[in-house]
Design a protein around this ligand. Sequence first.
Ligand SMILES: [Zn+2]
Length: 142
Amino acid sequence: MIEFKMTPRFRALAINYPRLFPQIDNPNQPIIELQNEGWFKLVEDTLFLLNRETECMPEDICDGIVVHQIKTKFGGLRIHLNQTTPFLRGVIAMAEQTSYSICEHCGLKGDIRNIRGWVATLCEEHFLKEKHRIEDTLKKNS
Ligand SMILES: [Zn+2]
């Protein structure tokens, strides 16, 4: 099993939203699994909107809405809540769609890249770096 740790910057961001991240101190639940910070601003803006929307809900509903997991999958940002509403789903869908044009390493303009079956959204520079890194690893292991 791969072990994820939250980066200090993502951890500090999550701490700003105690209602969305009540389980922040559980080391077995890193929640924000992103190891690169190119999407930091996107995640920051998305959490701001999710928090503002849940703030306006009746307490018995909004207290139950927590972030379950934030990760990358098939080159896109995935944000999972334990419960959701049409508005929250819309915010999350917008964030996912936007992530496909932002390099997940540096935040510059990116495109979806496929490196030997591994899919990521990267700028040209990070695409080449990752490509070389993966090809070197494959060479060493063959
Ligand atoms: Zn980049």
